[in-house]
Structures are given as structure tokens and as C-alpha cells.
Design a protein around this ligand. Structure first.
Ligand code: NAD
Length: 472
């Protein structure tokens, strides 16, 4: 199977670049080549930004109902590709097909749908004294995205950008660029005006930096690691451009002494291992009241041992590979060092059996993890759960907040008010109480080094708007 793509999407059409450099895309479950995509240059970024700049005035002035109709057509074109999207993400990332269908294909469709609604209800102008305060689209958006939810992270930027009247240049992750091509096939079919959305594939240091530094990009909307977010902030600061950053996490799952322990541990392990632990919001630190610590460890070990590793296309598989050999090695090294630092292995580990081929790491549970150690502080981005005991609610909050990150979190308790009190004290952008479901309309984003700004729903839309006061 050759999934090679040879073009960029610029100014409303597929354009084959002059340069012939390409980037290989690997299937991480088989280590076989899936195909290649073009490696863009700064010249390609210049062309894409020029197209987006030219398209901006007219798209910004388009009636919101017409923009909503365009998003609706895009939704239909994308929905028609659901199976192909799920299969492509299963191939290039290794997400088990069932999960890929539900989340990697399903979530972007839900988010896109929400912005069809929001596009037709633009934020109202306000009168403040003698001022008319109007909201306007911010301009050209440079969107740079990671590999772990490769379509969702694109749609979470593209949908609000288009809804508000912005135009977009996208650079998807070079590790998983193929699903973005399916999105642009859908964009082409939906008939969006030329230049409104543009695609340039390539590496971070070349294409990503060219977007972040480009004088005609008004907002750099980035999802990825905190290290790259810092670099992008520096580049954008040189020309005082706006940035929106969705970065890493090390979220705490706080299980109080009165929690339904079996459910809390089962759901907590499932959350930590979702997408092979390659989820920015993963609850990778499980904090358990000391009175229930041993029981929680036994339950976590049983849950982890039940995860079947293997072929993402096998219906029995619950855990796929990690995205790359580099990531696999990094995760194993973290666990090895953690064990040397005094953590206790409860399940899995760096030497546990995994399939011969593919970048697999066994689901791993570690007990007695020092809250200050790298295992509890670093974003490992693999199926590795650190379990830490606490003595009372104050102690739990102190450990939960002992992190440079603050993206997500959870609290489990039989007492809603107690859970809410703990949730309010956690310095993090989201907290789920007793396994409450994900809400695609709620603001999504981080405290501290987990980011700046929010995505999704009306809060996410704010990132793409400017405010103007007209005095009369
Ligand atoms: P990454 O930072 O390595 O890469 C993300 C994107 O940035 C890629 O497209 C990459 O090519 C590009 N890039 C790399 N170097 C660049 C540079 N110097 N200038 C401009 N662009 C550059 O991250 P990753 O490994 O692809 O993704 C994993 C990370 O993303 C994790 O830290 C994870 O927590 C984070 N993440 C955060 C969220 C969130 O919403 N907060 C969601 C998913 C993933």
C-alpha cells in the first residue's frame, strides 16, 4: 500500500512543489513505509501565507450564514470519509481502529459541527457609552499541530478560524501528515474560496519556524510540546504576534478515601493508557488515599494486565504501538530510570514481553513514585502510570499542584461537594469529577506551562477575534 502524496494545497488547488525533498511516513505497528509527503521550504510557506492574506478581506466580509454553510459542507465531506480517516490514523499513528473511529474520526466531526452552529451566531457588538465595540477576525492564522490526535488538533483550530472569518495556513506533524490530506480532499470537495485554507507539509525547524516567524501571520495557533511552544513564543514575540499554545501535561487523578475505588481505578487506568498514553490530558499521576493504596495498586495491576497489545486492525487490540522508535526508547528509558530511582514495578516495565515488530511498550504501573522525581514530573507520553499515596485532602491538592504543568485532572469521591472543593483548588485547566464525560463545548487549555489560551466552544472562538472600539 502506497499512501504517498506529492502536492501542497495552495490557493484552492493541489500544487506540486518544485523541490523534490520528501518525508517518509512509517507505520509504527509494522515499521514499514506507508509513503512520503513533500518537505516544504520557506518559499512554500511564503506562497501559502500570500494566498491566505489575499483571501482574508473577502472571507472576513462574507456573511456569517454563508461561512456556516461552507463549514456545513465541509462537515458532510469529512463525515463521508469517516472510515478512511479512522483507517489512516490507525496506519500512521497506530491507534486501535475502534478507538480511531470513535475518537480520532468522531471527535473532529463533533467539534466541526459545534462551529457550524457558532459560525451562524457571531459574537454581538456592544455599546459602551459613546463606543461601539465590534469583534473582528484576527487575520491569517498559522496552525502548527502534533501527531497524537492528528485530525482533531487541526479541526480545533481550523473550525473556529473559518467560523470567525480568519484564513489559515496549516502545517501538520511530519510523523502523521496523511490524515490532513484527507481533510484537504474534503475542503476541496466542499468548495471553500481559494486561499482560505492552505496546507504545507514539512519539518518543524523549516516549515514550522517559517510560519511562526512570518510577518503576515497574525496568530500562531500551536499544539505540541512545551519546548516547541517556547521556541514559537520567542519567534512570535519578535514581531509582537499573538500566540495560542496548547502544550504538555502531567495530570493528577485524585482518588479520595470515600471514592468508588473499583470504578475510579478502572477509568483512571483507561484514561492514562488511551492512545498508548500519547494524550496530552492523560491522568498519568494516580493519587490515592493511603488507606486504599494497596487495594488501588492491585486493581490497577489487574486492569493494566488486561490490556492486549498488538495490531491496531485486530478488534481484540486495546493498545497499539507508540508513534516512533525514538518515542519507544524514550519511554523505556524513563521507566528504567524511575525504577533505579526507587519506584516499585507493579505491572509491565521495560522488559515485559511485547510484539517483535513495531514500537510497542507494555502497559506499566509504578508504585511509591516520589512526587518530585522525573517519573512524576516529566511528560512521558507512553502507557506509564505513576501511583502516589496521600494522607488527606490538603496533601492530595499539594501533590496534584506540584507540577509545572496544569492541563487536566480528575477527582473521585462519594461526596460531590468535597470533590468540587478539591477540584476548585487544583491549578489546572480542566477537572472531571467521578468520570464525567468530555464536553466538546467546554473551554480546553492549560494553566502554567501547559499553555496560553483556550480551544473549543465560545471560549476557543475568542482566540481568533480582535476587539475594536469605534467612538461616535
Ligand atoms: P512537537 O512540539 O515536537 O511538534 C508539534 C508540531 O510542532 C509539529 O508539527 C512539529 O513539526 C512542529 N515543530 C517542531 N519544532 C518546531 C519549531 N522549532 N518551530 C515550529 N514548529 C515546530 O510535539 P509532538 O511531539 O508532535 O506532540 C506531542 C506533544 O504535544 C506533547 O507534549 C503533548 O502533550 C502535546 N500536546 C498538547 C495538546 C494540548 O492540547 N495541550 C494536545 C496534544 C498534544
Amino acid at each position: 500500500m502506497d499512501l504517498t502524496r506529492t502536492a501542497f494545497y495552495l490557493d484552492g488547488r493541489w500544487v506540486t512543489p518544485a523541490a523534490t525533498d520528501t518525508i517518509p511516513v512509517e507505520n509504527p505497528a509494522t515499521e514499514q513505509l506507508l509513503g512520503t509527503v513533500p518537505a516544504g521550504t520557506t518559499g512554500d510557506v511564503d506562497r501559502a501565507v500570500a494566498a491566505a492574506r489575499t483571501a482574508f478581506d473577502s472571507w472576513a466580509a462574507t456573511d456569517p450564514a454563508d461561512r456556516a454553510a461552507a463549514l456545513d459542507r465541509l462537515h458532510a465531506a469529512l463525515a463521508a470519509r469517516t472510515d478512511e480517516i479512522a483507517r489512516t490514523v490507525a496506519l500512521e499513528l497506530g491507534t486501535p481502529l475502534k478507538v480511531a473511529t470513535r475518537i480520532q474520526a468522531g471527535l473532529p466531526l463533533a467539534v466541526l459541527r459545534s462551529f457550524v452552529e457558532l459560525a451562524s451566531e457571531p459574537p454581538a457588538s456592544q455599546v459602551i457609552g459613546n463606543s461601539l465595540v465590534v469583534r473582528e477576525p484576527v487575520g491569517v492564522v498559522g496552525a502548527i499541530t502534533p501527531w497524537n490526535y492528528p485530525l482533531h488538533q487541526v479541526v480545533a483550530k481550523l473550525a473556529p478560524a473559518l467560523a470567525t472569518g480568519c484564513t489559515v495556513v496549516l502545517k501538520p506533524s511530519e510523523l502523521t501528515p496523511l490524515v490532513a490530506y484527507l481533510l484537504f480532499d474534503a475542503i476541496d470537495e466542499a468548495g471553500l474560496p481559494p486561499g482560505v485554507v492552505n496546507l504545507v507539509t514539512g519539518t518543524g525547524p523549516v516549515v514550522g519556524e517559517a510560519i511562526a516567524a512570518h510577518p503576515d501571520v497574525d496568530l500562531v495557533s500551536f499544539t505540541g510540546s512545551t519546548t516547541t511552544g517556547r521556541r514559537i513564543s520567542h519567534l512570535a514575540a519578535d514581531r509582537i504576534a499573538r500566540v495560542a499554545l496548547e502544550l504538555g501535561g502531567k495530570s493528577a487523578n485524585v482518588i479520595l478515601d470515600d471514592a468508588d475505588l473499583a470504578t475510579a481505578v478502572k477509568v483512571g487506568v483507561g484514561n492514562a493508557f488511551l492512545n498508548s498514553g500519547q494524550t496530552c490530558t492523560a491522568w498519568t499521576r494516580m493519587l490515592v488515599h493511603r488507606s486504599r493504596y494497596d487495594d488501588a495498586l492491585a486493581l490497577a495491576a489487574r486492569a493494566a494486565d488486561g490490556y492486549r497489545l498488538g495490531d491496531p486492525f485486530d478488534a481484540a487490540t486495546r493498545l497499539g504501538p507508540l508513534v516512533s522508535g525514538t518515542q519507544q526508547q524514550r519511554v523505556r528509558e524513563h521507566v528504567t530510570r524511575g525504577l533505579a530511582d526507587g519506584a516499585r514495578l507493579v505491572s509491565g516495565g521495560p522488559d515485559a514481553a511485547v510484539p517483535d515488530r513495531g514500537h510497542f511498550v507494555a502497559p506499566t504501573v509504578l508504585a511509591d513514585v516520589d512526587p518530585d522525581s522525573p517519573l512524576a514530573q516529566e511528560e512521558i507520553f507512553g502507557p506509564v502510570l505513576a501511583v502516589i499515596p496521600f494522607d488527606d485532602d490538603d496533601h492530595a491538592v499539594t501533590i496534584a499542584n506540584n507540577s509545572r504543568y496544569g492541563l487536566a485532572g480528575a477527582v473521585w469521591s462519594g461526596d460531590d461537594n468535597r470533590a468540587l472543593a478539591v477540584a476548585r483548588r487544583m491549578r489546572t485547566g480542566a477537572v472531571d469529577i467521578n468520570g464525567a464525560p468530555f464536553n466538546p463545548l467546554a473551554p480546553f487549555g492549560g494553566y502554567k506551562q501547559s499553555g496560553i489560551g483556550r480551544e473549543l466552544g465560545t471560549f476557543g472562538r475568542e482566540e481568533f477575534l480582535q476587539t475594536k472600539a469605534i467612538q461616535r
